[in-house]
Design a protein around this ligand. Sequence first.
Ligand SMILES: Cc1cc2nc3c(=O)[nH]c(=O)nc-3n(C[C@H](O)[C@H](O)[C@H](O)COP(=O)(O)OP(=O)(O)OC[C@H]3O[C@@H](n4cnc5c(N)ncnc54)[C@H](O)[C@@H]3O)c2cc1C
Length: 431
Amino acid sequence: MAWDFETEPEYQVKLDWADAFVREEVEPLDVQWPRLQFTALEGARKKAIEPLKEQVRRQGLYATHLTPELGGQGHGQVKLALLNEILGRASWAPVVFGCQAPDTGNAEIIAHYGTDEQKKRYLEPLLNGELFSCYAMTEPLGGADPTQFVTRATRDGEEWVISGWKYFASNARTASFYIVMAVTNPDVSAYQGMSMFLVPADTPGIDIVRNQGLAMDPEGEGTHALIHFEDVRVPADAVLGGEGQAFAIAQTRLGGGRIHHAMRTIGQAQKALDMLCERALSRKTQGTPLAEKQFVQGYIADSYAQLLQFRLMVLYVAWSIDKHNDYRRVRKDISAVKAVMPGVLHDIAWRAVQVHGALGVTNEMPLFQSMLGASIMGLSDGPTEVHKVTVARQVLRGHRPSDDEIWPSGWLPKRREDAAKKYAHLLGDDQ
Ligand SMILES: Cc1cc2nc3c(=O)[nH]c(=O)nc-3n(C[C@H](O)[C@H](O)[C@H](O)COP(=O)(O)OP(=O)(O)OC[C@H]3O[C@@H](n4cnc5c(N)ncnc54)[C@H](O)[C@@H]3O)c2cc1C
């Protein structure tokens, strides 16, 4: 009987350390240096953050998503989930703990598919936190359907020449290299005709046309790039994982990224619930604290239950990934997590906003940003609708149509008839 919801005591000690460390040392970074996680560490920020990273390393909690050969702990996804839900409380925490997206996903695919030379050039400095990376897959013509991508790479002697547009490439402006998905063979299906390229950011022909900001970013500030590639030349060995492998690589990358995001979302939602409860206990109206109003109690109970359901779901999927060691075998459940995640965060953040009254919608509280963040989650790494389609298709694979053209197999008159036949020898005349 192997169902077990307990954390081993030695690891719980680490988690308790991480929890206190994130609250006391990392959460203050969010208010001192908001939105700067993906700019090079310099000056006061470097002085503040490098020693924190060192403390995390000493605890053996740095880059724990990686296997031991790559300098991680090989903890597996369940332990990572328990850690990530703590890191979800602070935007700077993934940087301090060496597991920030999109670098983690990029590191994972280079580790998986890269040559020794590519690992030396890109992976090692990425893991050491010496540089940032960017994943350029989405195109302006459509992100949810990669079969529409038209950015083209053509072979010219010992080089590939890349031309086209990429859109919403996060952190392109600070990245040292891009992983670019491009069509290399338009004569076969998109699933076999696209390849991934490792492209240094300073290669001639790359133009960041615009950096788009999200709704909560100040005007003119943004980190999601519209990039034009005009005859960008890279050597033949810039292909990652072989020609035509882009789809398989993208699935590996996005599988990990999505579930890690979900793990951190637990922490973000828990933080909103903590704020909701604190406010409910602190604020009085009509003679009693908000915590004693049944509406507010309903908000708390619904939030608690929703978060518990989500947390158990994420931990189950993490356990499944550890068990199968193959994201493709857990694709249905990763998509299910991805599809419910925005709703969980949105609902809990909305209730917390509401209980804070006017203060909740100000820029003096982080709650409204969490609500907006939930909408963003419904798009990044694929829209909710597309993930639901994936779930539904895979669920349907486990079912088949009724044998009867008219009546479903659960039609009671037929089931009664069958049951009567089955027990006829016992029932005799008393049926
Ligand atoms: C914050 C953020 C960061 C991102 N970072 C990156 C990055 O680093 N690199 C990168 O390559 N991309 C990145 N993206 C892009 C992201 O992957 C795309 O936004 C996403 O895949 C959707 O593509 P689209 O925006 O072109 O929407 P579209 O493909 O135009 O879809 C628009 C809407 O149409 C509906 N829809 C689409 N397909 C279906 C369907 N099959 N069934 C039903 N309805 C459907 C959905 O409502 C969907 O939201 C990022 C996006 C965000 C918001």
